[in-house]
Every structure is written in C-alpha cells, then in structure tokens.
Ligand binder design. Structure first.
Ligand code: GAR
Length: 209
C-alpha cells in the first residue's frame, strides 16, 4: 500500500489545478502537501502561484539538454531532491521518461474521458469528433501518452455553443475538484495497483472511483 504525503507538482501553464492542491493542503487534515513545483518553462503563472504560496520551484527546459534522455535524468534528479511520495503532473505538457516513472508514482490529469482523445488537445479533439459528453480523467502515468491505469473519471456534458475555451473551463472546474479529492484520498488511505485496476484504501471492493 503506497501513501502520498509529500507532493511534487509539475506544471506547464496557468496552474489552476496546482492552486487547488495548494489551497486544499493548507488544511493539515488534507494529508498531503506540495513540497515543490517543477516546470519545463519559465514565466508561467503556475510558477508564480507556487512562489506566492512559498513553495520552492525548479525549471528544467528540454532545450538546455543535449538529448531527451539527458533531460529525463535531469528532471528526475530535481524531483528526487524533494523526496516526494507522489508526483502530480497537473497540466505538464511533457511525457516523463523512465528515470522519473521508475522512481516515483506519477498521477496525471487529462481533460477528456480516456482512452478517448489522449494527447495535448483532448478538448479540441473531443469537440471536433462531435461527442455529446466528455469529461476528465485522473490516471497513473506510464510510458505512453495518457495510457496508464485510470484512477477516477467524471463526465461533463458538451453544450451546443461550446468552443474549446468554454468547454475546457467547464471541464477544469470539475477536474480541479476531482484531482483534489483523489490526491487527498490517496494520501490518507493509500492505494494499490493490480494490472489496470487502481484501488484507493484497503476496503474490499471499495475505494476505486
Ligand atoms: C488541465 O485541463 C489538464 O488536464 C490539461 O491541461 C490543463 C492545465 O490547466 N492537461 C493536458 O491536456 C495534458 N494532456 P491548469 O494549468 O490551469 O491546471
């Protein structure tokens, strides 16, 4: 049974999911706290949110490394220096490599109902397909693109006038609540993975959402 008190959160943009985790972890009974925030670029609101919360930050840019494998090792070392029990990829727009995935459990959040519409444009792709419902998925990361074991999902209805920005904002409102709920439960109750089944807590048949 794994537990997740110390979180390193990775971001690439506005960091509203990060903010939700920072807000939740202000209450000690939440069971987890953000010990560092990492990014693959500078000048983003996600890093500013961490700084305002007094949380240490680091930036590891791909272009500062001769190869992807070097970047993979470098970001894993930066993450490891904060001794996290769980890494949360919250709008981090890079696939993490083996050095991170082999060392830490990584939770990822995605704005679509996987396995439909993986990748960087989940909302745009779902709209383009004409789906009537979409949503968000919280999953454990593996070496693929949004292909790891699913921890939790919630449905969001697509409305007739939705464009990508409007729909994404509605998804993110649900996504932030779901991510906070799942990270907190993983921290407090622990979790196990068996094949593609993730179970939070140890009650028989319970815990997985
Ligand atoms: C979130 O909707 C997250 O699911 C998505 O980026 C957004 C980040 O928002 N991630 C992906 O699309 C990854 N495939 P935020 O920066 O405001 O938290």
């Amino acid at each position: 049974m794994s537990k997740a008190g110390r979180l390193v959160v990775l971001v690439s943009g506005s960091g509203t999911n990060l903010q939700a985790l920072l807000d939740a972890s202000a209450d000690p009974s939440y069971g987890a706290r953000v010990v560092a925030v990492g990014a693959d670029r500078e000048g983003i609101e996600g890093l500013a949110r961490a700084a305002r919360a007094g949380v240490p930050t680091f930036v590891e840019k791909l272009r500062d490394h001769p190869t992807r494998a070097d970047w993979d090792r470098a970001i894993a070392a930066r993450i490891a220096s904060y001794e996290p029990e769980l890494v949360v990829s919250a709008g981090f727009m890079k696939i993490l490599g083996a050095p991170t995935l082999d060392a830490f459990p990584v939770l990822n959040t995605h704005p679509a109902l996987l396995p439909s519409f993986p990748g960087a444009h989940g909302v745009r792709d779902a709209l383009a397909h004409g789906v009537k419902v979409t949503g968000c998925t919280v999953m454990l990361a593996d070496a693929g693109v949004d292909s790891g074991p699913i921890v939790a999902q919630e449905v969001v209805r697509v409305l007739a006038d939705d464009d990508e920005a409007v729909l994404h904002e509605r998804i993110k409102t649900v996504e932030r609540r779901l991510l906070v709920e799942i990270v907190g439960r993983m921290a407090r109750e622990g979790w196990t993975v068996s094949g593609r089944t993730v179970r939070i807590g140890n009650q028989p048949g319970g815990g997985s959402t």
